[in-house]
Design a protein around this ligand. Structure first.
Ligand code: ATP
Ligand code: MG
Length: 466
């Protein structure tokens, strides 16, 4: 099954179990000053998880486009992209653990056809201080499912990830962790205000046995190890508690929130630990190979970054974001410009967006009609953005090079930003890659120049008071 088939099969699988299929929400959340982007399937549904009635009912399913700029440093590894799709399903006060875990299992092992013997899970270890029990219930349900498939399912208590790396799991199928497997908006039980909902989370991983454990991530490999041998496919949050003065009480209405990464499930289906090999990303990599005359094997990082950094902006543009110097528009610009910079490293000197953006739009045109409808306009918009940046890129790079002996300060970075359109994160990254020293206080200096410029422009545009 390719990624498109997996997405449709997921929606069908849950629709067949009484879930209403709802459309993806925009990458730009409306009415939410706290965050720039939709970063999970749960985010747009939070009001309903907290008690509002959803117009489509109590069982919902979707595929949500997500953007996590906070994962930008991770792009380059085998499984993180800033843009991805999260397959989501919800029970709002309807079914609970047994039905959900059975659905999750049937989808992965039945519909997608993953090998049950390569699935591993994690559950919540409990919190004695707050009277929250260990999630033995989820573990028992998993054990039943594994056993019925002929896979022995022993368990181990690990607690923190540091401890897990020290002691290892002995290959246990079910591993109990602490806060990693507790969901609440504050991250841990003790930070939750009275009345706040939370609950245990159980996660599913796929093992890639041919990936060797990398000891820089800790002595022993385990479900949550970051070496890339285990890949988290998805998780289910069972929202069932509410914080009280002294501990926790059961919520009157319990919810299930399931989220699984489409790209990762598609990679597992292909039996590759590299998400860039799947049908949503590989055609972009192929295009980059043609345009650069280089191979993915030799230029893995640059090609992964470019492929990733052009998907997000394509969807951002479809969702109405325009390049600018603030908020969402700045992030679009930052991603696009970083992609151009990596393309220059690959020796792609000409404007190449017109050859790549239509490929991306084509990949999503079937699943998302709004992408098909906006494809030409988006390609034009992003192509113009590339052109503008290319014009000043070389001069900007030369200017940066001029600081080789002196190092760059926040003031220099501001000039690069203001005159040449270099997002400051990009110029610091290029400088470091080139071995040019970046002043330790660059951020403060840059911010001061930025604030001064804002004050100046207010002075120019504001009406005179006298
Ligand atoms: P990880 O620990 O691998 O970064 P996560 O704990 O951040 O994952 P969640 O926030 O639980 O992930 O998101 C649910 C699912 O979405 C994950 O199980 C994974 O399949 C997928 N996912 C999360 N972040 C990314 C990403 N940056 N790129 C691709 N898929 C992702
Ligand atoms: Mg993450």
């Amino acid at each position: 099954m390719d990624a498109d088939e997996i997405r449709s099969a997921f929606l069908d699988h849950l629709a067949g179990r009484g879930h209403a299929v709802i459309p993806r929400a925009s990458l730009v959340p409306d009415d939410d000053p706290t965050t720039l982007f939709t970063g999970s399937g749960m985010q747009p549904l939070l009001p309903y998880l907290l008690g509002d009635d959803h117009p489509a009912g109590r069982r919902l399913v979707d595929s949500q486009t997500c953007l996590r700029v906070q994962d930008i440093e991770e792009v380059g590894d085998n499984r993180h992209t800033t843009f991805f799709e999260m397959l989501g399903s919800w029970s709002l006060g309807d079914y609970f653990k047994p039905e959900q875990l059975r659905q999750f299992w049937d989808f992965l092992t039945g519909t997608v056809g993953l090998d049950p013997a390569r699935l591993y899970v994690s559950c919540f270890i409990g919190e004695e201080a707050h009277g929250i029990p260990k999630d033995d219930e989820s573990a028992a349900l998993w054990r039943e499912l594994f056993t019925a498939a002929g896979v022995p399912a022993d368990q181990v208590e690990l607690g923190t990830e540091e401890h897990a790396a020290r002691v290892g799991t002995g290959g246990a199928r079910i591993a109990f962790y602490g806060n990693k497997n507790w969901w609440c908006r504050e991250g841990s039980p003790e930070r939750m205000p009275v009345g706040e909902p939370g609950g245990p989370d159980t996660e599913v991983f796929y093992l890639f046995p041919h990936v060797e454990h990398d000891p820089t991530y800790g002595e022993h490999c385990h479900q949550n190890c970051d070496c890339g041998r285990f890949i988290e496919l998805g998780n289910s949050v069972f929202m069932k508690y509410r914080r009280t003065e002294s501990g926790f009480e059961p919520l009157p209405r319990r919810n299930v929130d399931y989220g699984g990464g489409l790209e990762r499930i598609a990679a597992a289906a292909l039996d590759t630990s590299d998400v860039f090999r799947i049908s949503l990303l590989w055609p972009i990599i192929e295009r980059l190979q043609e345009l650069s005359g280089r191979t993915y094997e030799d230029e893995t990082l640059a090609m992964r970054v470019i492929a990733d950094h052009l998907r997000g902006p394509t969807f951002l543009a479809v969702d109405g974001v325009r390049p600018s110097n603030k908020a969402q528009g700045y992030v679009l610009r930052r991603l696009v410009r970083r992609a151009v910079r990596f393309a220059v490293d690959l020796g792609i000197e000409d404007n190449f967006f017109p050859h790549v953006i239509p490929t991306i739009a084509g990949i999503y045109a079937g699943a998302y009609p709004e992408v098909a409808a906006a494809a030409d306009a988006v390609a034009d918009l992003l192509a113009r953005e590339e052109q503008v940046f290319r014009r000043t890129l070389r001069r900007g790079l030369e200017r940066l090079e001029g600081h080789r002996d002196t190092g760059v300060t926040g003031a220099d970075l501001f000039v690069l930003y203001d005159t040449y359109g270099f997002p400051v994160e990009l110029s610091t990254e290029v400088a470091r890659a080139e071995g040019i020293v970046v002043s330790r206080t660059w951020r403060e200096e840059f911010d001061e120049h930025m604030a001064a410029q804002r004050a100046r422009s207010r002075g120019v545009s504001a009406p005179r008071s006298r």
